[in-house]
Design a protein around this ligand. Sequence first.
Ligand code: SF4
Length: 713
Amino acid sequence: MIARTLVENAVVKTLCRMCSNRCSIDVHVRDGCMVEITPGQGNPCNNGRMCPRGGAALDMFYHPDRIRTPLKRQADGSFAEISRETAIAEIAEKMMEIKHRYGARSMGVWKGEAVGFLQQEEYARRFAHAFGTPNYFSNDSACYNGRFLGHMLVNGFWNPFSYYAKADLILLFGTNPPVCHPPFMAEFADAKANGANLVVIDPRLNPIACYADIFAQPLPGTDGALAWGLIRHIVKAGEYDHELMDHTSIGFEEVVAYAEKFTPDYVEEQTGIYADVVVKIAQLIIENRPRISFYMGAGLEHHDNGVDNIRALVILSCITGAFDMDCGLFWPEDMPRNGLTLYDEQPLEEEKPIGADRFPVLYELRKECHSMTAMDYMLGNGDYPLKGLIVTAANPAVTNPNTRKVEAALGSLDLLVVNDLFLTKTARLAHYILPAASFLERSEIHIDPKYQRVYLTSKVAEIPGIMDEYTLWHDLARCLGFGERYFPWENETQVNQYILEPSGIRLEQLQAHPEGIQYKPLTFQKHLSRPLPTASGKIELASPYLKKLGFSAIPEYVPPYHLREKSEDYPFILTTGARKTLLYHSRNQNFEHFRKVHPRAKVEIHPDDAAALGISDGNAVRIVSSIGALEVEANIVHKSELLRGVIEMYHGWEDWPINLTTFDSVNDPISGFPLLKGVPVRLEKVELDIKKQAPNDKLQTNHNNKNSKSQTG
Ligand code: SF4
């Protein structure tokens, strides 16, 4: 591969974006080649540490399978190389055809994480609105939006991060920090060294649970019942923040009245956590409040009651007084900056954003369309047809629920453009594939709200013919006739300057400070001097906004789908999505040395469940839900690692997509999130040597059950 570094011999300081943590890294360039990545110093986020995924950025950059030339699907289904100019011109022409025939809203844009975060997201949102469509989708519809809404609906801001080292008690719900947030581990270690207690709540034993003072395994999706039980105990003991509840919140009386039924015994009945353990956790909270950090992870949002479970936990944090403190629920201040979206200039809401009628909160608070409903629109089952889609660095054919429906929907489009680094499963369905730039090929502004710092990431290298994300939208917009108006900047450096202007910080200053610049000093307890960013200006324990929309004002606990819809045919609860250290969603599987560690998909099974079904470690098993099935290898874990009756499988395998079995049409009513961590399934032993089986994504759709029709649209 012909790649060019921008410097011949140097150490280039930038931020890693192999996951969302954005640690500082040093990229070592020797003789025009990037040879090593080591942790960068001076950034409080990672404090001179990094994880193995960060080091693998070079495997990604230099990977021989990188897409380097635009590809066009041929009549026989194969792909042929075409020039970039031709690809952009043909895509623009087809977009205009769709616009003239069906209207601009029949085009959509879908952004994933592999190309970056906020700035890339704003490019995509801007482009969609400039074209005239409100239909912006992203992977956030299946990871992040649920937690964002859970926090926003209570206190009007999103920042689940705290300075954990300052806490006397840390409670982690549904998260696996050593894998998801390695930079937090040093903070946890410092907190433990300072004598802090650690409580880990997770159906699955994750490594940090080994250091916990209390580790409790609730049934998936029942965290809300635990939150309400803790609220009840704390309120009954009178051990809550009276000042905060009396003067800075609304709905406290409703919360107190609703909590009444969540006795320790009832919580045990719902969650499976012993009543005396519930009381012990409540006592720990009382003893340590308000110096408590609560962290709610992705494990909570993948249920059809996810947002309300998260809201209940945010309320619990507020009630204890752990609110806008250094140790808990820090309310970050924004950096003044120019945004790139056009929501004020061109709201386009009269164009009926897809899913906004079903999930109005998702659209109103996140300005995001519902990616699962998008599949129905593609298949002709919406108010209008969705005929074209530009997907940038997302892989919905793997990561969205109900794989077969997603494949059918994407395959039905008149125009599918995929911009990516590799030939993913989604890319293989495209009409045009464009080569995307990795983070090492881009420069962008990054804002870290936890430390209120701003960074400029450095472009380290480039590969001829591969364009960065801004250039993609810029060139396409020029071809479509709105480039000069909406994408006037010639390159990403000019965009970076524009974004920074109101901050008073100059690009050169950021270049001189790769460890970032703090844009505002950290201050706490700001609610004492200004209203919160909610409609009432207060903590909304009961939400007038949700009530107006017909939801319960307080986050009432509804048992999760698998408890409400118990079925003898599907006696197991499938949870998906537990992270792996080396993989990141559907990424990194093609790195040779990572593949040695994770050569194939496995499903984790409790030893007693395995014994009852005659399954041994390494056997082939079939996971069957009401919509599909998948055969994989059994991994019998230690009995402490999983609850009986619960199985777990990683969600991002290209060759073994567990989303063949997950539902797209059982959704959280507020966020629209799919059911990814509470799917009723059965497990069958299969007589075959799974290790000799070629990777497959066999679907065995069960058409003889009541759910098939609704699941397949
Ligand atoms: S945690 Fe690892 S992959 Fe994520 S940003 Fe930090 S070094 Fe990169």
